[in-house]
Design a protein around this ligand. Structure first.
Ligand SMILES: Nc1ncnc2c1ncn2[C@@H]1O[C@H](COP(=O)(O)OP(=O)(O)O)[C@@H](O)[C@H]1O
Ligand SMILES: [Mg+2]
Length: 311
C-alpha cells in the first residue's frame, strides 16, 4: 500500500515541498491545535514500562473528571493505542473542511497510525516521513476543543520525541518509570532530552510499583522508590504509584480501559489520583498551544494532501 485513505484529490498538503509552513513560528495558537489547552507527551526511557497503558487510562481518568480529552498515538512503530481502546483498524473519516476526524473511544478522541494500516501491519518509515506523519496528525486532525491531548511516545529519546518537541514547543512531558534503578536511569535520559528541547517536565508516574496478593501480601517485584527518586532529582511532582494488577493488563488487552470498567481497582485508583494531580497543577487557559513551523530533518518530502507517507 502506497497511500493512506483518507485522501482527498487535488489538495495541497499542509506544507510546501520543504515541509515548511508559512505561518509564524511559536507564540499564538494555530490550526487544529488552536483549541487544545494542554498537550502532554507521555514518555519513558525504556519500552514496556506501561506508557501506553497509562496514557489510555489517564485519558479515561481525565474524561471521568469531566475533561475533554484526546489521545495521539505517536508510537508509529509500536502503536498499541487502537487495541487498548478496542478500535482495531477502523479508518477515520475526512470532514468537509478536509480534516481527518479522530475516532471516538468512550468520548475520547483517538488518532493512531494503526487506523491507516492493515491490522497489526509493520510501519517502516525513515525520519522525514515520520516527521510528516506526525505533523499531519497534529495539523490535519480535527482535534476540536480539548482540555488535554495526551501523546503516547515511543520509548527512548529518538526521532519522534525530537520532532514533537519541535512541533509543540509548549507541550509538557510526563515521565513514566518503573521503581527499578535501571529504568529510572534510562528515564532520566528522557528527562534530559526534554530539558534540551525546552519541554517542561510536568511530573513522574511510577508504574509496576509492587504487587499485592489476594491474601494481602506485598511484593516489590521491580524494587522500590525509583519514581520518587527521579521526581526528587528533577524537582517535579511525583503524581502517582501505580501497582501491578492483573485487571489493568486484562482490560488493556480487552480494549476497555480499567478506569472505566473498574474504577476501584488499586491501579485505577492510582491513575485517577494522578489525573487529579495533573488537573490541579494545570489551570486551563485557552488557547495555549502553538504548532511551530518546523523544517523537515532532511530532503524534500512527497506532498500528497492528507495521504500519509507509507513506505
Ligand atoms: N501496572 C500494570 N499492571 C499490570 N500490567 C501492566 C501494568 N502496566 C503495564 N502493564 C502491561 O505491561 C505491558 C507493557 O505495557 P505498555 O503500556 O504496552 O508499555 P509501553 O507503552 O511503555 O511499551 C502490557 O502488556 C501492559 O498490559
Ligand atoms: Mg507503548
Amino acid at each position: 500500500m502506497n497511500h493512506m485513505d483518507p485522501q482527498p484529490p487535488g489538495r495541497a498538503g499542509p506544507e510546501d515541498s520543504r515541509g515548511e509552513r508559512s505561518q509564524p513560528r511559536g507564540g499564538e495558537a494555530q490550526g487544529s491545535l488552536a483549541r487544545v489547552a494542554n498537550v502532554i507527551c507521555v514518555g519513558s526511557g525504556k519500552g514496556g514500562v506501561g506508557k501506553s497503558t497509562l496514557t489510555a487510562n489517564l485519558a479515561a481518568a481525565l474524561a471521568v473528571e469531566g475533561k475533554r480529552v484526546g489521545v495521539l498515538d505517536a508510537d508509529v512503530w509500536g502503536y498499541s493505542i487502537p487495541r487498548m481502546y478496542g478500535l482495531g483498524a477502523t479508518r477515520p473519516m475526512v470532514s468537509s473542511e478536509r480534516k481527518i476526524v479522530p475516532l471516538d473511544a468512550h468520548g475520547i478522541k483517538v488518532m493512531s497510525i494503526g487506523f491507516f494500516v492493515e491490522e497489526d501491519a509493520a510501519v517502516v518509515w525513515r525520519g522525514p516521513m515520520l516527521h510528516k506523519a506526525l505533523t499531519q496528525f497534529l495539523q490535519d486532525v480535527e482535534w476540536g476543543q480539548l482540555d488535554y491531548l495526551l501523546i503516547d511516545l515511543p520509548p527512548g529519546t529518538g526521532d519522534v520525541s525530537m520532532t514533537l518537541a519541535q512541533l509543540l514547543p509548549q507541550a509538557q512531558f510526563l515521565i513514566i518509570t518503573t521503581p527499578q534503578p535501571t529504568a529510572q536511569r534510562v528515564a532520566r535520559r528522557a528527562a534530559e532530552m526534554a530539558g534540551k528541547v525546552d519541554l517542561e517536565v510536568v511530573g513522574v508516574i511510577e508504574n509496576m510499583a509492587g504487587f499485592v496478593t489476594p491474601g494481602g501480601e506485598r511484593f516489590q517485584i521491580f524494587g522500590e522508590g525509583g519514581g520518587q527518586e527521579l521526581a526528587d532529582e528533577l524537582d517535579v511532582p511525583m503524581l502517582g504509584k501505580v501497582p501491578l494488577t492483573m485487571p489493568l493488563r486484562l482490560q488493556a488487552d480487552a480494549g476497555l480501559p480499567l478506569v472505566f470498567e473498574d474504577p476501584d481497582d488499586p491501579a485505577a485508583q492510582a491513575i485517577r489520583q494522578a489525573a487529579r494531580g495533573l488537573i490541579a497543577m494545570a489551570p486551563i487557559v485557552l488557547p495555549t498551544v502553538a504548532v511551530s513551523a518546523a523544517p523537515l530533518p532532511t530532503g524534500p518530502s512527497p506532498s500528497t494532501g492528507l495521504s500519509l507517507p507509507m513506505a
